[in-house]
Design a protein around this ligand. Structure first.
Ligand code: Z5A
Length: 213
């Protein structure tokens, strides 16, 4: 019996941390207790080293958009091959803080890198590997960034313009409409309402998965 891969996506300040805790608690209530948590970029020693460069840069060397993209895929495949696939194979359920949809939205939408180039890279690196379910927390970037800013110093990506984050949101919304495994949650609502939305989605989705195991 293999596990399932559930991913939480959204702009900064969308409330991914609460969503992850909510998903974990619902799974546990359904007796799915063997959980593996991942975050992207990161989650293995090499991927965490890449995360540090992606978020903070290195010395004063400019990091090009294409190099950032390649580092994201390098980090992702390290995580998939060394952590996610073995965990799923052993029957664990994996809860991911971001995955490939972030690249489509941030590097495709935000950085405006060529979508065909990203798609080709994705197919070559990931093959047909994808999450079983993605919960996309949709939030106006002005609200999300305000929440995130209250935590202090902003990293390389967080320092981008509001327009950059508006493009990311637009791309997220477009992609969510095209894929039925991506479910949109209104993350502008108060936390208890966001939790309720997640509970409703999982209550419908989970029995189908457990019956198919
Ligand atoms: N990135 C990329 O460009 N391409 C990729 O392929 C991948 C990533 C995988 C990762 O940074 C960065 O890498 C990210 C995208 C980029 N960059 N940016 N910018 P990270 O992991 O450090 O940051 P993050 O993923 O954006 O996480 P975050 O900023 O911590 O967002 P969050 O987890 O959604 O936020 P939170 O901690 O859950 O909530 C923030 C605050 O808001 C907190 O005080 C909450 O209590 C509050 N909150 C949350 N929800 C609510 C509601 N509903 N009401 C009121 N208050 C709330």
């Amino acid at each position: 019996m293999t596990g399932k891969f559930i991913v939480i996506e959204g702009l900064e300040g969308a409330g991914k941390t609460t969503a992850i805790n909510t998903v974990a608690s619902i799974l546990t209530q359904h007796n799915i207790c063997d959980l593996q948590f991942t975050r992207e970029p990161g989650g293995t020693p090499i991927a965490e080293a890449l995360r540090n460069i992606i978020k903070n840069g290195l010395d004063d060397e400019p990091l090009t958009d294409k190099a950032e993209l390649l580092m994201l895929y390098a980090a992702r495949i390290q995580l998939i091959d060394n952590v996610i696939k073995p965990a799923l194979k052993s029957g664990k359920w994996v809860i991911g803080d971001r995955h490939d949809l972030s690249t489509q939205a941030y590097q495709g939408g935000g950085r405006q890198l060529d979508n065909v180039f990203i798609k080709t890279l994705k197919e070559q690196v990931l093959g047909d590997f994808k999450p079983d379910l993605t919960l996309y927390l949709d939030i106006d970037p002005e609200i999300g960034l305000m929440r995130a800013a209250s935590r202090g110093k902003l990293d390389r990506i967080e320092q981008q313009s509001l327009l950059f984050f508006k493009r990311i949101r637009q791309r997220y919304q477009e992609l969510a409409k095209q894929d039925e495994t991506i479910i949109t949650i209104d993350a502008a609502k108060p936390l208890n309402n966001v939790i309720e939305q997640i509970e409703q989605i999982l209550t419908t989705w989970l029995p189908k998965q457990v019956n198919n195991r």
